[in-house]
Write a protein that binds this ligand. Structure first.
Ligand SMILES: Cc1cc2nc3c(=O)[nH]c(=O)nc-3n(C[C@H](O)[C@H](O)[C@H](O)COP(=O)(O)OP(=O)(O)OC[C@H]3O[C@@H](n4cnc5c(N)ncnc54)[C@H](O)[C@@H]3O)c2cc1C
Length: 494
């Protein structure tokens, strides 16, 4: 029996397991792939807020060292400059999903999380826990189960959670193949949609992608009609390429072929008793804009500390309801953006006119910042009530000065513990009986207070930072409301 079993060892499940392990929870992953190695790579990277979340745990450098930094975020239609955003990471990181998962798996391994290789087929839950059924007949017991098992989540289905949304209107094939005839590398529009060729090895030089000149070719092509819900074949890929380009370039020896659509669905609830959903298990959408991994990692970082506190008896189960209350609207907002972006890809002269109009708008500063804020994840605000603009938003990674020397805010979050940061008169705020749970840090900061999209904000006298990096309380020089905030987020005083 473990405290938490995470079904699925993709980016979301790995991140969540890491978060729980950091919080001292007994957690295990169950993953159906026989090895961690991912064949093929859907995602090609992630955005600024995801890099920040990894930085909050002290592991961003591992990803930055292997990836390619682009000072822009791709909307699927054009690149948006994000270099003026007030963040330590004003860029997007290009890094294939197989590498993202490998690096995350290495971190999770260091934290001692076991990974069972097996396929979840269902579960039973009662007031005391969950019994998870595996395909080989084994049973695994846990106090809580999190379904991070992807868009076709067995956990979501077994929990009877509805998955409403919009049906697919278009499908695309993505593959890695050998070719007899070299295609032109890059993305172009055809009468049936987009077609893109590239190589998995590339560099970004002066903002331009420069592909390696050898190795298997990565291909993505829109299908003339929405494809079936079955595994695609080389023949399907060949037909789609001939329809789009008039030739299939003599494709052969595929390493992998996969199909994706613009179907957009979101779980009606992210929690059913002792079972929770995160990542693609909770929401699926078109990959336009490349937000899937970021959304899953944000789900994991929001849920991890809350679930840990409930498991450890520090907080009541109702804390788990704030996971749905915060992440469902954030997910819904991102999903609407992906729907808009994928609609803009349609091969239709009227949509082309809308695309042109959007391009003109994106050349203007405010619309660009609005869309880039959404895409980068830097503008996420959880509704924690009215007040200072920082409330519910991400805490910026400020360079603080403390009695012990310089200190970055994100360094304070490496162990995923809450922080009461006193930036005013030392001693004006105190965590009191929460001292064992909430670290008090007294520091000075005299730089600018700027939030992405919002701009300059009034310097606060103190803030409470949750383990996910979101601000839960803003002080005005008094302790007004501090006890309530500490009770709400970190349990009753003991
Ligand atoms: C073409 C394409 C391009 C994309 N590009 C980007 C991008 O650039 N950036 C980005 O952020 N996102 C991108 N995405 C989306 C991204 O790939 C997903 O959002 C992301 O993989 C979701 O992570 P996850 O861990 O929630 O789910 P998954 O990655 O689907 O992981 C689920 C895991 O659960 C395991 N599993 C499934 N069922 C079971 C079971 N019954 N029992 C045990 N284990 C199980 C699976 O083997 C898998 O390891 C793209 C997607 C596509 C299709």
């Amino acid at each position: 029996m473990v405290d938490v079993l995470v079904a699925g060892g993709g980016p979301t499940g790995l991140m969540l397991a890491g978060e729980l392990a950091l919080a001292g929870v007994d957690v295990a992953i169950v993953e159906r792939r026989p090895t961690q190695q991912l064949v093929g790579s859907r995602a090609g990277g992630f955005h600024a807020r995801t890099i920040e979340l990894l930085d909050q745990r002290g592991i961003a450098d591992r990803f930055l060292a292997e990836g390619q930094v682009a000072r822009a975020a791709g909307t699927g239609n054009r690149m948006l400059d994000v270099s003026d955003f007030p963040t330590r990471h004003p860029y997007t990181l290009g890094l294939w999903q197989k590498h993202i998962e490998r690096i995350l798996a290495g971190w999770v391994d260091e934290l001692g999380v076991p990974i069972h290789r097996g396929e979840v087929t269902g579960f039973d839950q009662d007031d005391t826990g969950v019994v998870v059924h595996l395909a080989d007949g084994d049973l695994l017991r846990a106090a809580y189960l999190v379904g991070a098992d992807g868009g076709r989540s067995v956990v979501r289905r077994a929990a009877g959670i509805e998955f409403p949304g919009a049906e697919a209107t278009t499908s695309s094939l993505i593959a890695e193949v050998a070719v007899a005839e070299e295609p032109e590398l890059g993305t172009r529009r055809t009468p049936s949609g987009l077609v893109a060729f590239g190589r998995s090895e590339y560099e970004i030089r002066d903002g331009e992608v420069v592909y390696a000149d050898r190795g298997p070719v990565g291909v993505m092509v829109t299908e003339p009609h929405v494809g079936p819900n079955s595994d695609p074949t080389l023949r399907d890929l060949s037909d789609a390429l001939i329809a789009a380009c008039g030739t299939d370039y003599g494709i052969h020896d595929p390493t992998w072929i996969s199909r994706f659509t613009d179907a957009t669905r979101q779980a009606a609830t992210y929690r059913s008793g002792r079972v929770l959903l995160a990542g693609d298990a909770a929401h699926v959408h078109s990959p336009s804009g490349g937000q899937g991994i970021g959304l899953g990692i944000q789900d994991a970082v929001n849920l991890g500390w809350k679930l840990a506190q409930v498991v450890r008896g520090v907080s009541p189960e109702t804390l788990l309801d704030t996971y749905h209350a915060e992440r469902h609207p954030a997910g819904a907002r991102a999903l609407r953006q992906t729907m808009a972006m994928s609609a803009l890809q349609r091969p239709d002269p009227r949509i082309e006119a809308v695309r042109d109009l959007m391009t003109e708008l994106m050349d203007m500063d405010e619309p660009r910042r609005h869309v880039a804020g959404l895409l980068s994840g830097l503008d996420v605000r959880y509704d924690l009530g009215a007040g200072h603009p920082l409330l519910g938003r991400r805490m910026p990674d400020l360079d603080l000065v403390t009695a012990d020397g310089p200190l970055r805010v994100f360094t304070l979050l490496h162990r995923a513990r809450p922080v009461l940061l006193d930036l005013g008169t030392p001693g004006s705020v105190d965590p009191g009986p929460w001292r064992d749970r909430v670290q008090l840090v007294t520091a000075a900061y005299d730089g600018a207070w700027e939030l992405p999209v919002i701009g300059a904000v009034r310097p606060p006298a103190a803030v409470v930072i949750r383990p996910d990096g979101h601000v839960a309380w803003v002080g005005d020089g008094t302790s007004s409301g501090l006890e309530d905030a500490l009770t709400t987020w970190f349990g009753r005083a003991r």
